[in-house]
Write a protein that binds this ligand. Structure first.
Ligand code: ADP
Length: 581
């Protein structure tokens, strides 16, 4: 019995099969009761024999259906079998005055629930026909009906009540249990998805950390090679390594952003920013690439643009950079235009409007809806030779959704495309920017550059458990003349800071035993410490605004991301140690 109920409620078994089992069991119970009843109260031995045979046939059909798994055929046959015995029950129980009608109702319900498709319609039609014939025959030939006794009337009325109650209660209990089970499954799956999301987030952030560490070494050593007096061939090789590492880093960042967006870990952090400074950053990042491809890069800034806005500058830049870089990437000749303007909507909300137009390969109209789906590149035939992950525009769309913005694309295949972006912003300073001439000088992206300063009196301590990272720092700072000490663990850092005063400490975060945050706190509280007020900068492969906020809240004086660029490192040193000499 327990097995039976477990089977009937087992969510791994198809609902139709479970329902068939349940209803067939009720039907079989009814068969047995009616057979017993016929044997006790009915005088006809033929009736008893037919009922016995019918019960046996029905039980066999149901059992064979389960064994063979041919539910559709089995359910139809057992439904019809049920009804083929019905006339006997009807006539032997006194027609419409006896227990026949409730049995007919149950038989119809049984057939309706266990059969499907055309078999259901055909079986129901046949059953209604059988019912109709019984009713008509009883009406025309009442002599065919078994004479009813008072005992029969009482017994059948009692059996009818039992049957109807059993049917309705079992069905309700079954539906309630199925609903509860489905609910349990949904809850279990919800928890599994949450766990999976958390694991995915952990995986991506640890992968990002693990990949950044060697990339830090590659970029750092390469940068220091580029600063040396080297042959043209070596320089070319080093420049190619630099381009490849940047691409690798860009891909890691895209994957990390995608994972953050999908797990809801991406935050929009708004602050005031100067419009022209933000645009100038974008121009300087893309201008060189456009120039290298021989493309004209046109920037049109509406003179009425407010001078200062409030929004997430980093994410706006990311959106625009993605779209402008794509325009450059997918344009072979002609121009890329970035037009910036603003508008107020009816509620007085200001929208910054960015139009990126190119004369590139264009996008087919039917491809436009898939443009913003993750991992999807459209028009593979034309784009397969151009590097890309298919993540960029999906990130753009999701970031715009987070910021309440929008993007629309119009394109003529083979002629060019236009990306129209609108982002709501608060106006901080409405003074018009006027005629803007954004400096078209590339950012100092190439590593081939001189050190920005020389500071032989500056004492720096670098703490990192990866020796390669310490070597990179030493190489990058070699020509500045700073005195650089290193420590490979928190404990060693505490020992060094107890012995010597440092102007600046560059601290890694993830280290075994004592991590960078704990080490920083202990340096600040060190008894008779020489470095309690030294500037401590977190130099880490855990990147992102959320991480930066965490480090600054913990009490670091600065935050630097790995892989570290020479220029960024020097700028930070100059910021925190202005009296270098
Ligand atoms: P990818 O890394 O492949 O560039 P994106 O998500 O940035 O990924 O872009 C998705 C696809 O949209 C690209 O593979 C390309 O087919 C198409 N696409 C994006 N921008 C342009 C454009 N300016 N001109 C033509 N096709 C574009």
């Amino acid at each position: 019995m327990r097995d039976f109920f477990q089977h009937a409620l087992d969510p791994n078994i198809h609902l139709r099969r479970r329902l068939f089992q349940l209803l067939s069991t009720i039907a079989l119970t009814e068969f047995i009761i009616v057979t017993l009843y016929t044997a006790i109260l009915n005088t006809s031995p033929v009736g008893v024999a037919v009922m016995l045979f019918g019960t046996f046939l029905f039980a066999m059909t149901v059992s064979l259906t389960f064994k063979s798994g041919r539910m559709r055929l089995g359910a139809t046959i057992s439904g019809l079998l049920y009804f083929s015995i019905y006339p006997l029950t009807f006539f032997s129980s006194g027609g419409i005055y006896g227990g026949g009608p409730p049995v007919a109702a149950f038989a119809l319900i049984y057939v309706f629930l266990v059969t499907q498709n055309w078999e259901r319609i055909a079986s129901l039609a046949l059953c209604v026909l059988v019912d109709g014939c019984c009713w008509l025959a009883a009406y025309l030939h009442p002599e065919l009906l078994t004479k009813r006794t008072v005992a029969m009337e009482h017994a059948e009325s009692f059996l009818a009540v039992l049957l109807v109650t059993l049917l309705i209660c079992t069905l309700f209990a079954f539906v309630a249990e199925v609903y509860a089970e489905e609910n349990r499954i949904v809850q279990r799956q919800k928890k599994q998805i949450e766990d999976l999301n958390r694991a995915q987030k952990r995986f991506f952030s640890s992968m990002s950390h693990e990949i950044r560490t060697p990339v830090n070494a590659i970029i750092g050593f390469n940068e220091s090679t580029l600063r040396e007096n080297i042959s043209e061939e070596v320089r070319e090789n080093a420049q190619n390594i630099e381009v490849a590492s940047k691409l690798l880093l860009h891909t890691i960042n895209e994957i990390l952003d995608m994972s953050r967006l999908e797990t809801g870990g991406m935050e929009i952090v708004c602050a005031d920013y100067r419009t022209t400074a933000m645009l100038s950053d974008i121009v300087s990042m893309v201008w060189l690439r456009a120039q290298e491809k021989g493309l004209e890069f046109v920037i049109r800034v509406d003179p009425a643009m407010p001078a200062s806005l409030h929004g997430d500058e980093v994410r706006i830049k990311q959106v625009l950079l993605n779209v402008v870089s794509n325009a450059v990437k997918y344009t072979r000749e002609g121009s890329v235009t970035l037009a910036i303007s603003g508008r107020y909507d009816e509620q007085g909300v200001f929208y910054a409007v960015y139009d990126v137009t190119d004369t590139g390969i264009g996008i087919r109209e039917e491809d436009i809806p898939q443009l913003f789906s993750a991992f999807q590149r459209v028009d593979e035939q034309s784009t397969h030779a151009i590097e890309g992950t298919g993540l960029g525009l999906s990130i753009v769309k999701q970031l715009l959704d987070l910021m309440g913005g929008s993007v629309t694309v119009t394109s003529e295949y083979g002629k060019g495309s236009n990306f129209h972006i609108e982002i709501p912003q608060q106006v901080v300073d409405p003074t018009p920017v006027g005629e803007v001439n954004l400096r078209r000088t590339p950012r100092d992206e190439t590593a081939c550059r001189e050190n920005a300063f020389a500071a032989p009196k500056l004492n720096i301590l670098a703490v990192d458990d990866t020796p390669m990272n310490l070597k990179v720092l030493a190489k990058l700072l070699k020509d500045t003349g700073v005195s650089l000490d290193t420590a490979m663990s928190g404990a060693e850092a505490l020992q060094r800071t107890a012995e010597k005063r440092y102007d600046l400490i560059l601290m890694d975060h993830q280290m075994p035993e004592m991590d960078g945050i704990e080490c920083m706190h202990r340096i600040r509280k060190q008894e008779n410490g020489l470095n309690r007020d030294s500037r401590i900068v977190c130099l880490t492969a855990n990147v992102g605004k959320d991480m930066e906020r965490l480090y600054m809240q913990e009490g670091f004086d600065g935050y630097l991301e790995k892989p570290i660029r020479g220029k960024v490192l020097e700028d930070e040193i100059m910021r925190l140690a202005p009296d270098l000499n």
